[in-house]
Design a protein around this ligand. Structure first.
Ligand code: MRU
Length: 320
């Protein structure tokens, strides 16, 4: 399964707004369609957003081949479609750097972004499974948050890829998928992916996570990131910080899995990151809501960050 790909001159995505009820593929032919898909979360998750950004620029480069001003405007719109995951602007800028060489060169670079994310998923699964085995012993019970599977990448995923690898090794005792209010990426998407992989699991409401840890039912928390800052602060789906606090209180490892494309050396700490607020309608029909889509977990609550190239032991003072 590829969550996002370039097929016959258009971008194809699995429409994540329709899951788990319906498995629907959308073909996106214009930059406007792609941006709408990003903003509605039809395509989502940091690595997948990086690929979407790159393919968005590839679409723009074809459509505006004779109009550099319109092309620059389109690139800017793709880059800023969502603000928090560093991958989106990074993927778009990588592809945009090839614009002087023509649309085919832009597309080739976008395909390279896609292929690098596929390779990164496999590497993270192996490195992460080795680390979890080292930290937690034979058959851990894991809690994960949001969706970090193939749906959030292109194939396999980040933290959920590690869960899958532990399952393949026969070294997984259980998984709790935190439901992820308000859009239910955990309850809808992670649960759908784990079911497809044949991995038994249970869904818990987000607020149950720290209590389940305190009750001794979780051996480690493992989840992804939308941006990792130079000091090790982790920006991820709202609810991550609560799980990190719960893990610290329970004395269990808190492991973040994300590709190098999510590590942002230019951002010193989480305080500098724009946190997307997705408005009231996702939360309540009866009034105003504050709806931050992400939160900031300070580095001192993080045990380790696993990328596709290295394990950063944040608990031992290592920095990204
Ligand atoms: O708003 P979303 O669904 O795009 O948020 C996604 C997350 O927060 C994921 O945990 C993160 O991108 C890591 S995905 C491998």
């Amino acid at each position: 399964m590829r969550t996002i790909d370039w097929v016959g001159g258009a971008v194809e995505i699995i429409d994540q707004t329709a899951l788990p009820g319906e498995e629907r593929v959308l073909r996106l032919h214009t930059v406007g369609e792609l941006i709408a898909a990003i903003q509605s979360l039809a395509v989502r998750g940091a690595p997948a957003l990086g690929v979407a950004g790159a393919f968005g620029v590839a679409l723009a480069a074809r459509i505006h081949v004779d109009d550099p001003v319109a092309l620059a405007v389109a690139v800017q719109k793709v880059e800023t479609a969502r603000p928090t995951a560093v991958n989106l602007a990074r993927g778009a800028r990588r592809a945009a750097a090839l614009i002087p060489h023509g649309p085919e060169a832009v597309l080739a670079e976008a395909c390279a972004v896609r292929d690098e994310e596929i390779a990164a998923s496999d590497a993270m699964a192996r490195l992460g499974a080795d680390l979890v085995a080292e930290l937690c012993g034979a058959r851990p019970r894991l809690l994960t948050h949001c969706n970090t599977g193939a749906l959030a990448a292109v194939t396999v995923g980040t933290a959920l890829g590690v869960v899958g690898e532990l399952h393949r090794r026969g070294r997984l005792a259980g998984v709790i998928a935190s439901e992820t209010r308000p859009l239910l990426q955990g309850a809808r998407l992670t649960s759908w992916e784990l079911t497809r992989w044949g991995i038994e699991h249970r869904v818990a409401v987000d607020s149950a996570g720290p209590f389940l840890m305190a009750r001794g039912e979780v051996d480690a928390v493992i989840l992804g990131a939308d941006r990792i800052c130079a000091n090790g602060d982790v920006i991820n789906k709202i609810g991550t910080y609560s799980h990190a606090l719960g893990a610290r209180r329970a004395g269990i490892p808190f492991v973040v899995v994300a590709p190098e494309s999510t590590v942002d050396h230019d951002t010193v700490s989480g305080a500098q990151v724009e946190i997307e607020d997705r408005g009231s309608a996702e939360v309540t029909a009866w009034g105003e809501a504050v709806n931050p889509a992400f939160d900031i977990t300070p580095f001192d609550l993080v045990t380790a960050i696993v990328t596709d190239r290295r394990v950063i032991r944040v608990d031992r003072g290592e920095k990204p």
